[in-house]
Design a binder for this molecule. Structure first.
Ligand code: GKR
Ligand code: MG
Length: 444
């Protein structure tokens, strides 16, 4: 078989899109009423359509648009060379960035690899040509039929009180849909979220997004979750907001199964160093999506022995590199996990297919439960009994819903800005609020 025998890409379309969100809180502030993403659609001359999704924002849209001439007219089988070329361009553009080590959202675009959406769409096409699901094309192929997902819980402010555009779902007959738009500013609210999410999705494990209130208050919520769900693996992610000494004190005798970025840069020490000390002092395994977001950071994190789990989001690494790091982690007795931000159903498939190809995995993060119902495809993957079943259908096995994409694109076009701005929402709660990587967002 030669290149000429495999399909050729005839068209690339890039759609910036928006969807609805709740007023979720994290170190970086409050989620706006809308989240944004970029969708890539590739068509080939065999009549197939391949789809990909990645974070929103003008910089990412621009990178994707600039990639179009490198993709159109290329044989699908050459996707690795094409994505590698685009990746080199990304690395060149972002080499002087600090990355996401402090959860500074203005740096997120430097960590996100726009070309991951192109890679995903290519893999979708290649899978359809070969008659194989995407996970079979990654690493050593499919490692599992079902992927475990955790319930990602967030403190949430009363969005409607501050901005009419936040939606409510009070009339829904689905317990989770009703709950996910209600304020949750204390332990009882978080436990109620966990019960509703478990009832609808069957989650066994939970993660609480921290970095919102004092560490004491957040660990009280962790303890309550541990009591309520004694068999669950419970985690917290304050995004490096806590000082090392506080992180050790707060977590030492807790029910945490792992601590995600419990501390970060501080007093002349890097997050890799403080996380290593945290591990030594508490014996609690650590996870990160902040201090090991590329191969060089990963090397230093391993040398420092600061991490057990790398949350290797395929949008930060590309799908193939995420699986590659999953294989290395497994060889070294460490574990792969997945970080997420708000996303549509195409990214849910990207996460699930990547996880299906990694040898040892911990329950995957996903923000999908906050967006479920806002589909861009006709039959999105489903979370049942805390798991996603990987379909045998070729590619992602998703059928694009063009009407939904065009609607989400129209919504995006109405927004005053396309980048994520959690500081604006936060200023409703605390006037003049500014991001501080060492202060939980509600502590000023
Ligand atoms: O959605 O607010 C959020 C999260 O805080 C997100 O921005 C983080 O990147 O969930 C992410 C994480 O694990 O750090
Ligand atoms: Mg995290």
């Amino acid at each position: 078989m030669t290149n000429a025998d495999t399909p050729i890409v005839t068209q690339v379309q890039v759609y910036p899109v928006a969807g609805y969100d709740s007023m979720l809180l994290s170190l970086s502030g409050a989620h706006a009423p809308f989240f944004t993403r970029n969708i890539v659609i590739l068509k080939d001359n065999a009549g197939h359509t391949g789809i990909g999704e990645v974070h929103g924002g003008e910089a990412i849209t621009k990178s994707l648009e600039e990639a179009i001439p490198f993709v159109v007219g290329q044989p699908v089988c050459k996707y690795k060379t094409i994505v590698a070329k685009l990746k080199t361009g990304h690395n060149e553009r972002t080499k002087n960035s600090d990355g996401i080590q402090n959860l500074d959202l203005t740096k997120l675009k430097d960590v996100v690899h726009a070309e991951s959406a192109i890679e995903a769409a290519f893999l979708d096409l290649w899978g359809q040509f070969l008659g194989l699901p995407v996970c079979e094309l990654l690493g050593d192929g499919k490692q599992r039929d079902d992927v475990t997902v955790l319930g990602y819980l967030f403190y949430q402010a009363d969005g409607k009180k501050y901005d009419e555009r936040y939606i409510t779902e009070d009339a829904s007959d689905n317990i989770w849909f009703r709950t996910r738009r209600k304020p949750a500013m204390d332990t009882a609210g978080i436990v109620a979220q966990a019960h509703a999410a478990k009832e609808y999705y069957g989650f066994k494990d939970f993660k609480l997004k921290g970095g919102v209130f004092s560490g004491e208050k957040e660990m009280e919520a962790v303890a309550a979750l541990g009591k309520e769900f004694p068999d669950a693996r419970i985690n917290i992610d304050p995004n490096g907001a806590w000082k090392l000494a506080d992180a050790v004190r707060l977590c030492k005798d807790s029910c945490l199964s792992y601590a995600e970025d419990p501390c970060g840069t501080e007093g002349g020490y890097s997050g890799r160093e403080t996380m290593a000390e945290f591990k030594m002092r508490t014996g609690i395994p650590t996870a990160t999506n902040m201090i090991a977001t590329d191969w060089r950071q990963f090397y230093h994190a391993v040398v420092e022995k600061s991490i057990d789990i790398v949350l290797a989001d395929p949008h930060f690494w590309t799908m193939s590199d995420s699986v590659r790091i999953g294989q290395v982690l497994d060889n070294w007795g460490l574990t792969w996990g997945c970080h997420s931000n708000n996303h549509f159903d195409i990214s849910l498939a990207i996460f699930a297919q990547t996880a299906a190809a990694c040898p040892s995995v911990t329950a995957m993060d996903t923000h999908w439960i906050w967006q479920d119902g806002q589909h861009l495809t006709r039959s999105p993957y489903k979370i049942t009994e805390g798991r996603i079943h990987i379909p045998d259908t070729p590619g992602f096995g998703l059928e694009i819903d063009m009407d939904a994409i065009l609607k989400a694109n129209a919504l995006y076009k109405k927004l005053p800005y396309g980048d994520r701005r959690d500081d604006i929402g936060m200023q409703h709660l605390i006037s003049g609020w500014k991001f501080d990587s060492k202060k939980p967002c509600m502590v000023r």
